[in-house]
Design a protein around this ligand. Structure first.
Ligand code: CTP
Length: 501
């Protein structure tokens, strides 16, 4: 949220003129004074620019910044080296000669130095041709006016805000727009189209019309951006308070179809014999916004985004039933690795977690509609394991009916399911189910090597516990093992010590 009070206060204090706004009282980090004295000694004008200034004006606070971008009229690398010497501590300095930049890591803060430059880009690459430039040249080549704000760190005007492109006004108007003609800003660096949509989403801003049209016009240029960067922006959109805004903008500008076709295919409604199904794209966005109110977990949000991803390919009109999406949860779960691979999202336990939630997302709903048996709840606890709470959160977010009574009914039913889960959990400890009899035990008792019968017996014990036929303890499992072994024609070879009842 824009801290309007701060902007207003600063404005009134400085006689309503943006040109003489001074923010020196807000430059708390020690590095600013150090840069100022090096800049003065070396006669190398330096400025803090970009996200730090934007976020300071938005939130009114600059405590513990993670990133500080410094632009110098001269060599960014030399400035970084001198600042490190002036700090006098052994802090890491990374130099990127090819880009003419250097980064100091001081505690938790990364301070990046770059020489002011003019840039022009080639059509086939995001890598610019660079020339030295003035501060204004440098501000001009930046992505958005709200990111082109700079604060002087120089003697004479230390703390003064330099805003040649109306960045403060656009912060007040909550507007994303470019310093240059937007087409050239986006054509130069197409990642900025996604950054614009991301800033609009996370800050709750609008994108100025000409800027929005330019994103549409230059959307195909996104193909020169690496998938990692695209996904990084998507993840930031996913983590916004209301992520749907970003996806609607991606759709409106035509970017969604290019970068996430599987999701774009969810758009649209078909009608047969006056029966329409719901638009799964808008439904999914509602689910995503719902879940965003409950969790900041990126992967739970991804599960919400992908829970119905197979609906377009399973959609069928069956005259006696209407629209069906048979097995979309299973097919959806199968689609997850392909989507994660293409998106360069992690192919590890995070992906498996998303896959599991997609696969199980109908289970609690079914349970809340039918008469709930203990066995069905036990199976749900067993299958969802430690992700059960998240699954319930996803299912609750999935209720998007416009009919208030329907929503209330579903929520009431879920409450019953949750209660049952709690009761059974207290009794049966199924969640982190460990079989009371191990495969080793079975081999020992019947004197057999690892083989199919061991698996059959183990599985039969698990099923009996989940179905509530036997209790989840060693003695009950032992007896069931003997019965199953006998049925398979096995002979007891070695007795194990039973537990005391
Ligand atoms: N910038 C740009 N074009 C890009 C990336 C960055 O013009 N494609 C400029 C902007 O002025 C931006 C600054 O470089 O403010 C720093 O970039 P970065 O640290 O990536 O972004 P921030 O704006 O600081 O915001 P965030 O950290 O949220 O991405």
């Amino acid at each position: 949220m824009i801290h309007n009070a701060l902007l207003l206060r600063i404005r009134l204090y400085f006689c309503c003129s943006f040109n003489i706004m001074n923010l020196s009282d807000h430059l708390h980090h020690k590095v600013f004074q150090i840069i100022a004295s090096v800049a003065s000694e070396e006669k190398t004008p330096s400025y803090v620019i970009g996200g730090f200034v934007r976020d300071l004006l938005i939130s009114g606070s600059s405590s513990a910044p993670k990133d500080i971008d410094i632009v110098v009229i001269g060599s960014g690398i030399e400035m970084a080296e001198k600042v490190r010497d002036a700090i006098g501590e052994e802090i890491p300095l990374s130099v990127f000669k090819n880009f003419g930049t250097a980064m100091l890591k001081w505690g938790d803060t990364e301070i990046e130095f770059v020489g002011a430059r003019k840039e022009s880009y080639r059509l086939d690459s995001r890598k610019p041709l660079v020339e030295n430039g003035t501060l204004e040249d440098d501000q001009n080549r930046r992505d958005f006016t709200i990111n082109a704000l700079a604060i002087s760190l120089n003697p004479g005007d230390y703390g003064e805000l330099l805003d040649p492109f109306g960045g403060v006004k656009h912060l007040e108007e909550k507007l994303i727009t470019t310093p240059l003609e937007p087409g050239s800003t986006f054509s130069d660096d197409p990642l900025r189209m996604l950054r614009g949509i991301r800033f609009a989403t996370t800050l709750g801003f609008s994108i100025e019309m000409e800027t929005l049209n330019a994103i549409h016009q230059y959307r195909q240029r996104i193909s020169i951006v690496s998938q990692e960067r695209i996904s990084d922006e998507l993840n930031k959109i996913m983590l916004a308070l209301k992520p749907s805004k970003g996806f609607l903008l991606l759709d409106q500008t035509g970017l969604l179809e290019i970068i996430f076709p599987e999701f774009h295919q969810m758009k649209g409604v078909e009608q047969v014999n006056e029966q329409r199904h719901k638009d799964n794209f808008f439904h999914t966005l509602e689910v995503l916004d719902n879940i965003a109110l409950k969790t900041d977990d990126l992967w739970l949000r991804w599960a919400a985004l992908l829970h119905d991803i197979a609906k377009p390919r399973t959609r069928k009109f069956e005259p006696d039933i209407g629209w069906t999406f048979h097995a979309h949860e299973f097919i959806g779960a199968k689609m997850i690795p392909g989507i994660f691979r293409k998106m360069r999202l992690p192919l590890n336990e995070k992906m498996k977690y998303v896959q599991k939630l997609v696969q199980l997302h109908l289970r609690p709903i079914v349970l809340s509609q039918d008469i709930v048996t203990d066995a069905a709840i036990r199976r749900l606890i067993f299958d969802a394991g430690e992700d059960l709470e998240d699954l319930m959160t996803l299912c609750e977010a999935d209720i998007t009916s416009k009919n208030e009574r329907t929503v209330k009914r579903h929520l009431r039913n879920f409450k019953v399911v949750r209660q049952k889960i709690n009761e059974l959990e207290e009794r049966d400890s199924i969640r982190n189910f460990q079989p009371p009899i191990s495969g080793d035990d079975i081999q020992k008792v019947f004197g057999i090597p690892p083989s199919r019968p061991v698996g059959i017996i183990k599985n039969a014990i698990k099923e009996a516990i989940l179905d509530g036929e036997i209790l989840n303890n060693f003695n009950a499992a032992y007896l069931r093992m003997l019965e199953e072994g006998e049925a398979l024609g096995l002979i007891v070879h070695h007795e194990l010590k039973r537990e005391k009842d």
